[in-house]
Design a protein around this ligand. Structure first.
Ligand SMILES: CC(C)(COP(=O)(O)OP(=O)(O)OC[C@H]1O[C@@H](n2cnc3c(N)ncnc32)[C@H](O)[C@@H]1OP(=O)(O)O)[C@@H](O)C(=O)NCCC(=O)NCCS
Length: 404
């Protein structure tokens, strides 16, 4: 039940690295993410409270304070993304789809101390963050939460005017102790970041949430590479013609994805598992390590802080595209294994056809990650699609690894 106590004075102010880091890390450590079930997920920020924001072009972190105690925090960032498309006629009279961009703000890492909840602190933090978004010209604000996280869903939809917008799926696969076999009929070609930028801009820039600064994503040191899968015998690393010529005559089927090293940014930890579950997971892992040729689907140790890789920019076409995606995911699994990750994760639109090629465990995945959105301004920018919040979802969605 709400416990709004007007006499308690809560101050919301900007986060200061030197002054606040220790107290913020302590608070984060006591806040579960999502609903409090038997198993809860915690974030280990590796001592850096703005680790999830650092790679965004513009960001802010706020803390809520009662006296000397930090009781809440919120992070936000702003960037320009595609929110629709329009048709343009080029000089050669060819009709081409071009992206329509909007300035989008994203709320993440909202936490309120378990002892101080239902006092209006979360609401206060969101309002202050939205004021910063507006001051900085953001047209929309969005946030993502598990659909079962009632506190978060109600706060945003009932108190802050957000609308339920998209429900992509987070697909998570364990990293086994054995390597995954990649189909011999598929050739995997690593692309340079500049080739990847050209490929992505040509093929994916009209997908919802595609970041206009894709070049800074692909050139970021956390981006471990972009990989292209083609049928064996079509192209190889040696005869790769570059993205422009490739796109003029692509093979019948191909797929691409990029790998982001989230392990360097933060770690996750599952708490609340019984000793039996932990022992079972450990046993499968010991066996997998001892007998890798059995290719046993072992359970990773998720009960201590573990890192993960995030697969983004998944796309492709052709009758065998699912097979190409599967090969890329196997390849990415092996990279994650070398990096000592616990899981590999990705996020795709709920009706994304390529998801058939993405191996994942249902028990680790989230079928409905709820994205809620709010329009912050009355006017639309030039060339606007109208109100994005009322638009129909596309088949695909671009999940920026910086927002994970
Ligand atoms: C979600 C969270 C930030 C809310 O913080 P809070 O300070 O308790 O929220 P507020 O007191 O400002 O609540 C504002 C409104 O949100 C809704 N709300 C908040 N907690 C709720 C709960 N447990 N159940 C139902 N509604 C809730 C209510 O509509 C509430 O208004 P009311 O108190 O007048 O009924 C907090 O529960 C939390 O830190 N949870 C764990 C981390 C998390 O899940 N973060 C969100 C990830 S996006």
């Amino acid at each position: 039940m709400p416990n709004h106590n007007e006499s308690i004075s809560v101050v919301v102010r900007e986060f200061h690295v030197n002054k606040d880091t220790e107290r913020v890390v302590t608070l984060e450590n006591t806040c579960e993410v999502g609903p409090t079930n038997k198993l809860s997920l915690y974030t280990d920020m590796l001592g850096d409270p703005i680790c999830r924001l650092r790679n965004s072009p513009s960001f802010l972190m706020l803390v809520a304070e009662i006296g000397e105690e930090i009781v809440g925090m919120i992070r936000g960032c702003i960037k320009t993304v595609a929110c629709g498309k329009s048709l343009s006629r080029s000089k050669a009279a060819l009709t081409k789809q071009i992206p329509l961009y909007t300035k989008l703000a994203y709320i993440l890492g909202l936490r309120v101390s378990p002892n101080q909840r239902r006092m209006g602190i979360g609401l206060k933090l969101v309002k202050k963050m939205e004021a910063w978004f507006k001051d900085n010209g953001a047209e929309y604000s969005y946030m993502a939460t598990e659909s079962e996280n009632l506190a978060s869903v109600k706060l945003f939809t009932e108190k802050c005017g957000y609308l339920k917008f998209r429900t992509p799926s987070i697909l998570v696969n364990p990293v086994y102790a054995h390597r995954t076999k990649v189909s011999r009929n598929v050739t995997i070609i690593p692309l340079t970041p500049s080739d990847a930028v050209i490929l992505y801009r040509n093929r994916f820039s009209t997908i919802e949430f595609f970041p206009r600064d894709i070049d800074s994503v692909l050139n970021n040191k956390l981006s471990l590479g972009t990989f292209l899968a083609v049928p064996c015998g079509s192209y190889s690393v040696e005869n790769w013609p570059g993205p422009v010529r490739f796109l003029l005559g692509p093979p019948c089927s191909w797929a691409v994805l990029s790998v982001w090293n989230s392990k360097e940014v933060f770690k996750l930890e599952v708490r609340g598992a019984s000793r039996v579950k932990r022992a079972f997971a450990k046993t499968t892992r010991v066996l997998d390590r001892a007998f890798p040729w059995l290719k046993m689907p072992s359970v990773p140790d998720l009960f201590r802080p573990f890192g993960f890789h995030f697969l983004y920019g998944l796309g492709g076409e052709g009758p065998k595209v699912v097979k190409m995606v599967r090969a890329l995911c196997g390849f990415a699994h092996n990279i994650a294994m070398e990096y000592g990750c616990g899981v590999v994760a990705t996020e795709v639109a709920s009706c994304e056809p390529l998801r058939l090629g993405i191996p994942h465990w249902k028990m680790l995945s989230c079928a409905e990650d709820l994205w809620c959105i709010k329009r912050l301004v009355e006017d639309y920018s030039n060339d606007s699609v109208g109100d994005w919040t009322k638009s129909v979802p596309g088949i695909s969605i671009f999940v920026d690894p910086r927002d994970v």
